[in-house]
Design a protein around this ligand. Structure first.
Ligand SMILES: [Zn+2]
Length: 407
């Protein structure tokens, strides 16, 4: 089986690269993915998928096979913008294929994963796959703006909850089994305004904000560095501040601090909020119940005109190395390439915050291209990686079936 899969992935090498080029050529910023979604529907139909549909939020959902268990491969199809064009040495939307590379915005983050998924489906069809997993391929929207919201929607609104998820975000063809979570926190502190000529009559929200910011710096230092050997330490930083009062000649009575919190294993939203309240209360002297600390909401209208929203909380996830899904990933790679893959984690955050952080579906990551390409100018992907990933996804389907039946 592994020989056949490898041969097909090689045969389809340029097909995969050309599909990636086509996707790169269609600009698809977050919530504006309509055109690329229609392109992907067409590519899936050409590849022989058993079903292709578009969900309420605008993600493309394809399937191969009819099994009772459900495995999903996920790629987000939106990209970040190109930024300053001066920093690019080529047209970000050329999709040029040259010297074993595919060029352009989204080639690594992460239309490469999408292209490799379509080829994997085609390989499964060529092999007349009829295993116990229905194999789903999800090409999801709005990840760059709000990771996981597309999956929160699929699971909670469309009751689409697979048994296993594989993210195809870039891992340089390494096997990933976790990443830190994150959340955004908005703190509002109140003062009492007074005429600027007599500051002692007022209570300055500006000085509270300054003390609060330093308290957050202290909190970051105090977060335990040995919290998790695999994911590392949680962090917190002030990402934005705003202070104002009734005039430029007044004691400021309003202060806002915006915080970016990265959550390691064992840290959740409630813990993080309590820590912020405690540190700021101690620094400013304000009682805990008078400090407003909240998670802002993300609200967006997708290209289908559907409105959806969620709090800006993205829970941490990891699987132990001996989990059967991680082991299946290792086994699939070994069968194809006769060596063990590197097992590691992402630095950034992915849709798995929803499937796995929030909804506890076991997941792994394996994708073409390098994480450092994400959001950078002169983004490229390697045709070699695309070939490896298309083979790996097809192989994984068969290995998972064997693991389950204990063969
Ligand atoms: Zn991405």
């Amino acid at each position: 089986m592994e020989k056949q899969i490898k041969a097909l992935a090689q045969k389809y090498r340029m097909y995969t690269a050309e599909n990636l080029a086509k996707m790169v050529q269609v600009k698809s910023y977050s919530s504006k993915e309509e055109e690329v979604a229609h392109l992907i529907v067409k590519l899936c139909e050409e590849a022989g998928f058993d079903e292709v549909r578009i969900d309420g939020l605008g993600s493309v959902i394809g399937r191969v096979g009819f099994g009772a268990k459900h495995l999903a491969f996920d790629a987000h199809i939106d990209t970040v913008e190109v930024g300053n064009l001066q920093n690019w040495n080529f047209d970000p939307f050329s999709g040029e294929i040259k010297d074993g590379l595919v060029y352009g915005r989204g080639s690594s983050d992460q239309k490469g994963g999408a292209a490799a998924m379509i080829t994997a489906a085609r390989i499964l069809k060529d092999l007349d796959y009829k295993g116990e997993y229905s194999v789903w391929f999800t090409f999801t929207v709005m990840e760059e703006d709000c990771d996981g919201m597309c999956w929160k929607y699929l699971i909670e609104e469309e009751q689409f909850k697979p048994d296993i998820v594989v993210s195809t975000e870039p891992t340089s063809c390494q096997l990933y089994r976790g990443h830190r979570g994150r959340m955004e926190i908005k703190v509002v502190l109140r003062g009492v305004s007074a005429h600027g000529s007599a500051p002692k009559r007022g209570i300055s929200a500006a000085y509270k904000a300054a003390k609060a910011a330093l308290a957050i710096e202290q909190l970051n230092d105090d977060l335990p560095s040995d919290a998790d050997g695999f994911l590392g330490k949680g962090t917190i930083t002030v990402s934005q501040m705003d202070v104002h009062g009734p005039s430029q000649c007044a004691v400021a009575d309003y202060a806002m601090l915006y915080l970016d919190r990265r959550l390691t294993w064992g840290e959740d939203a409630q813990l993080a909020i309590n820590q912020v309240k405690e540190y700021i209360s101690k620094a400013t002297g304000d009682p805990v119940d008078q400090i407003s600390v909240e998670m802002p909401m993300y609200e967006k209208v997708g290209w289908t005109q559907k409105e959806y929203y969620q709090e800006l909380y993205f829970p941490t996830w990891k699987l132990d190395e001996d989990h059967y899904v991680v082991q299946a990933g290792i086994e699939a790679y070994k069968r194809l390439y006769a060596r063990r893959p590197v097992v590691d984690k992402w630095t950034f955050s992915t849709n798995l915050v929803a499937t796995t952080g929030r909804h506890k579906i076991p997941a792994i990551g394996f994708g073409p291209g390098d994480e450092v390409q994400a959001h950078a100018p002169n983004e490229i992907n390697r045709v070699d990686d695309l070939e490896i990933c298309s083979a790996f996804y097809a192989m994984l389907v068969y290995v998972l079936a064997e693991k389950r039946s204990g063969r």
